[in-house]
Design a protein around this ligand. Sequence first.
Ligand SMILES: C[S@@+](CC[C@H](N)C(=O)[O-])C[C@H]1O[C@@H](n2cnc3c(N)ncnc32)[C@H](O)[C@@H]1O
Length: 216
Amino acid sequence: MYDGDPQNGIDGQVHCLDNTTRIPPDQGMWIYDLCLATKPKSTLEIGMAYGFSSLFFLAAIAKNQQGEHTTIDPFQKSYWHGIGLNQAIEHSPTLADRSTFRFIEDRSDRAATDLAREKQSFDIVFVDGNHRYDDILVDFYLYAQLTNVGGHIIFDDLWMNSVKTAVEFIRTNRRDFREVISSQANVRVFQKIGEDKRKWHEFSAFKVFSPTGSTK
Ligand SMILES: C[S@@+](CC[C@H](N)C(=O)[O-])C[C@H]1O[C@@H](n2cnc3c(N)ncnc32)[C@H](O)[C@@H]1O
């Protein structure tokens, strides 16, 4: 896939890739190594596209011989031809006769409510879906509640002001998360260290990144 070779869709047709929608290989290996180091029981990614990131999570499950991976993407079949889904089905390991992969064809905000009602929780959440500021913050707000204490939330695409601004809110306002330094310049990682015990009126001003790159 990294060579840009056309891939099979879930529709049985072969499709060209756009060569930009992907995490770079070193970032994928960093996710893989994080999974090997922390041995998550349950991982989740928001935004699948061609499934590059999914494959690193699934490879880690195969290596760890434990874990389950859930991916959420409302446009997987309608826009991405089910290429990521096809890859994940082909490469997800079966452990103890059970599939280790689950696909949810829905928006992340809606899926979060279903997952909460199912009492699901996750050790690693990779946020790489809709990259608007409010979508990222809503993803964080909802999936922070589904993240186990000790678990990690990873934000991709730190080159974007929307992501940088959401990260600033978390740094400034969410004492239940601590930032973890990573080797990857394009991601930010937070570890959940407790429950959200803020008072109802708490708010701290945070840095907003403007389109020109200046801050307020
Ligand atoms: C940058 S791509 C993901 C790339 C993928 N993580 C990878 O590394 O190969 C963003 C994805 O988010 C999906 N997306 C957009 N809005 C979404 C939403 N509200 N909930 C979940 N996924 C969404 C898009 O369909 C697209 O597949």
